[in-house]
Design a protein around this ligand. Structure first.
Ligand SMILES: [Fe+2]
Ligand SMILES: [Fe+2]
Length: 207
């Protein structure tokens, strides 16, 4: 069945994936739009590998950065409009807001009304506690898509298709170290994401 028919056949989706792509291409920079397509493709590959819903992974990957190019006062205005919390950390690093804002924005602007997709977008930059498989797939697809080029990316790609939890720990550790080295604030959700996965990887740890 075509994507078009799958989307049209599901409750909560009124735009086709082609219509969503056309809209994104209009509002994102060319670089960001191409990144979004690569995240979409990588998310699909990871969903196939780990048995996640492929169409949810495809759609979440495609729209994950839909508000990433909105900056400054306009970004803060939209956060107020969509009731997105702005705390001291996100005030100091407003680029972190594109996850929580995107999670709400997709509902009204892209007609994507799916709580799982919204949650995956909410936590794709910082991570969060208790990430499910779709959350991890979008986070890691964003981290290892083929356009990424940073020291250690090959290892991250290898882990992504071998053990997604190990890939998450690798990515979160590197993110925390990178933020510390810059002297920036560490978002508590990044620490919570890391601790939760490490705690639950050890089968002896029970809550
Ligand atoms: Fe992002
Ligand atoms: Fe991204």
């Amino acid at each position: 069945m075509s994507i078009k028919r799958i989307l049209r056949g599901l409750e909560g989706y009124t735009m086709t994936i082609e219509e969503i792509k056309a809209k994104l291409e209009n509002v994102l920079s060319a670089k960001r739009y191409k990144h979004s397509l690569r995240v979409m493709d990588t998310a699909v590959e990871l969903a196939e590998k780990y048995g996640e819903d492929i169409e949810k992974a495809r759609l979440a990957g495609l729209v994950h950065d839909c508000v990433r190019d909105i900056k400054g006062e306009h970004l803060l205005e939209l956060c107020r409009e969509y009731n997105v919390d702005v705390d001291n950390i996100t005030k100091a690093q407003p680029e972190l807001l594109h996850g929580p804002l995107g999670a709400e924005y997709i509902k009204s602007v892209y007609d994507v009304n799916d709580n799982e997709i919204s949650k995956a977008i909410y936590c794709h930059t910082t991570g969060c506690e208790n990430m499910n498989l779709l959350d991890k797939i979008i986070f890691i697809a964003d981290y290892v898509e083929p356009g990424r080029n940073f020291p250690g990316v090959d290892e991250a790609r290898r882990l992504a298709f071998e053990d997604i939890d190990e890939a998450m720990i690798y990515a979160l550790d590197r993110t925390i170290k990178f933020v510390m080295d810059k002297g920036s604030l560490i978002h508590p959700d990044t620490v919570r994401a890391r601790n939760y996965i490490i705690f639950h990887k050890n089968k002896n740890n029970k809550i």
